[in-house]
Ligand binder design. Structure first.
Ligand code: BG6
Length: 602
């Protein structure tokens, strides 16, 4: 989604803002711009295209100033264009705004202002904010912002500057993330931590309808009653390198390689840290049903969790994409637990699903990676994964961390329901604790996957099949391949092949077969033979003894593990498989076309 950064201090704001925007590129964007505020008003440079194009423009049209706001735009209203880029400035050139989110009542505001003689230049909802702010402005900037926040409907994170107050930068948010950074040389507003990490690890998380007023000297917070709000400053544990590539060609490979460590951190936190306390608070006996809802890979993690929860808890578990859940009038109530899984904690559909669940009285538990995100704050309880900043759009380490959190939750709930004795639980937990080491073992053997993947670059379509847990994780393997290699792919329950898909199997069709569920080996092997006999090639991921069918079946084995947790191992192979195919195709792996790291609008 869009990225915002603002700076006010004793250094030139322009290079700081451009640098900060680069750290927000992963959010997906099509345009970029910035404005600085000097004594004689605003200077604005903004245009469609990538940040390096903006930098070229800035060399031709240099700007400087001690206060400024910057923006990367992911189009929602109005196509990507120079005029639709942010910052937007009101017609009197008095107020400049950068916005992340969607103003749902922008049409009526726009019509109202047009009747008052205001001329609009863009097709965006965001321009309405700047024009309305100017319309309201009556020399008191903060009062103007309060009035503005009361009129706007929808979601927004705003950076606001006013030419009459060049020494002030104002921020306000609702349903969209915004942090306030405090450094020795100046103060920041930003959509996300990596944008400011080079300058500070001291941040405030702005809450909805709080107003932050930044000057070079400090930061003040007000509520919409203009009362001062005191806030606790947080120290971000991520160091600047953590948000850099660390020598890898892509963030995605770095994040794949980080998995042993972040899984260890996540498991430790959930066994003895804050996460453990949160889990202990939950009395699973109060609930008669569990629903899991999420988007994208997080939804796939929910599919894996369904099998693990149902196997251990013997409770029915529904899994639903959040975009469906939010509108389905779900049959849930006070005796329902709704688990929301989200790396960013800002995915609009997942937030809406949470609010719908709360509206129906259900208990909401979120599993989130970004501290201070909307989901983490609004759900009844939140369990944090400790995956650190995940920059690549296609999630890997956060997904794996979600799986381990879900496994531990399942074991804890199973003990709570008396389905597992403490001794049995200990054995399962021991298996979960072995995951990081086993993932590391797989990561030491990447060359086998790399070689196989290099030969797969030409495929136009790839199938992933599995049964039970293997089917669930096959959906993630398929999504990974689609996301970053742009190769069409489908994940199928092995037993479903004969009901349609098998008609698509031709000579050399690639079928990636997951085979870790022991009791179903004969069944999935028979599915593999069905496609092999029709000319397919099979990548067999699992330890069952099998023939190589004249070289057409290649087997990749996994370290042995309790089969409930095998998805955490097979997914590593699937991530590497997708990564090396995309790398061999020379694609923009960290920022795949049309995708965003977090879709904070519907
Ligand atoms: C997509 C991301 O936009 O959103 C996926 O590209 C992610 O990687 C999905 O799984 C859900 O995002 P989140 O932040 O709610 O897990």
């Amino acid at each position: 989604m869009c990225g915002i950064i603002g700076y006010i201090g004793n250094q030139d704001a322009v290079p700081i803002i451009v640098e900060g925007l680069k750290k927000l590129e992963y959010r997906g964007y099509d345009s970029a711009g910035l404005a600085v505020c000097g004594a004689d008003g605003f200077s604005v440079v903004k245009q469609k295209g990538r940040l390096d194009a903006l930098e070229i423009r800035l060399k031709q049209q240099p700007l400087s100033g001690f206060a400024g706001i910057g923006h990367t735009r992911w189009a929602t209203h109005g196509e990507p264009s120079d005029v639709n880029s942010h910052p937007h400035v009101g017609q009197q050139n008095r107020i400049a705004v950068v916005h992340n989110g969607i103003i749902e009542n922008y049409q009526e505001i726009k019509e109202y202002l047009q009747q008052k003689g205001v001329t609009f230049h863009s097709q965006t909802d965001s321009e309405v904010i700047a024009q309305l702010a100017e319309y309201y402005y009556d020399k008191e900037l903060i009062k103007t912002v309060v009035k503005l926040s009361r009129r706007l409907e929808g979601s927004y994170a705003l950076g606001i500057m006013c030419a009459a107050h060049p020494d002030v930068l104002v921020a306000v948010k609702k349903d969209n993330p915004l942090i306030i950074g405090v450094s020795a040389h100046g103060h920041f507003i930003a959509s996300d931590i990596p944008a400011v990490l080079k300058h500070t690890n001291q941040v405030y998380y702005l809450e909805d309808n709080e107003i932050a007023v930044l000057t070079a000297q400090g930061v003040q917070f007000f509520n919409t009653e203009l009362e001062t709000v005191s806030k606790k400053i947080e120290t971000v544990s991520w160091n600047p390198e953590a948000a850099e590539k660390g020598g890898y060609p892509h963030f995605m490979l770095k994040e794949i390689m980080e998995q042993p460590q972040i899984l260890k951190d996540t498991i430790a936190n959930l066994l003895s840290g804050k996460g453990a306390e949160v889990m202990q608070q939950i009395d699973i006996k109060k609930f008669t049903r569990v629903c899991i809802t999420a988007c994208g890979s997080a939804y796939n993690a929910g599919l894996v969790a369904k099998y693990v929860f149902e196997r251990l808890l013997r409770l029915p578990v529904e899994v639903e994409t959040a975009s469906e859940f939010r509108y389905k009038d779900a049959i849930i109530d006070e005796q329902s637990m709704v688990i929301l899984i989200s790396q960013s904690g800002e995915t609009a559909d997942t937030i809406a699903a949470m609010r719908e669940a709360k509206r129906k009285g259900a208990f909401t538990l979120s599993i989130v990676n970004v501290v201070g995100s909307t989901l983490s704050k609004e759900s009844d309880v939140c369990i944090y994964t400790a995956a650190g900043p995940e920059i690549a759009v296609a999630t890997t380490k956060a997904f794996s961390a979600q799986l381990t959190a879900l496994y531990l939750l399942a074991v804890r709930f199973a003990v709570g329901l008396g389905r597992l004795t403490p001794t049995q639980a200990k054995q399962y937990i021991g298996q979960i604790q072995s995951i990081p080491k086993k993932v590391a073992e797989i990561l030491q053997e990447v060359d086998t996957v790399q070689r196989y993947a290099a030969a797969c670059v030409g495929y136009k379509s790839v199938f992933f099949i599995g049964r039970n847990l293997d089917y669930a994780i096959a959906t993630e393997g398929s999504l990974k391949l689609k996301e970053i290699s742009y190769i069409h792919s489908e994940a199928y329950a092995g037993g479903e092949l004969k009901h349609g898909t098998i008609s698509l199997i031709e000579d050399n069709t690639l079928v990636v077969t997951l085979a870790t569920v022991e009791k179903l080996y004969p069944k999935i092997l028979s599915n593999a033979e069905q496609v092999l006999s029709r000319g397919a090639r099979v990548l067999w991921i699992g330890n069952a003894q099998t023939d190589d069918y004249g070289g057409r079946l290649v087997q990749l084995r996994l370290p042995p593990i309790e089969e409930l947790f095998a998805p955490s191992l097979s997914v590593i192979v699937l991530q590497l498989f997708a990564y090396y195919i995309a790398a061999n195709k020379g694609l923009d792996i960290d920022k795949p076309r049309n995708l965003a790291k977090s879709v904070t609008v519907e």
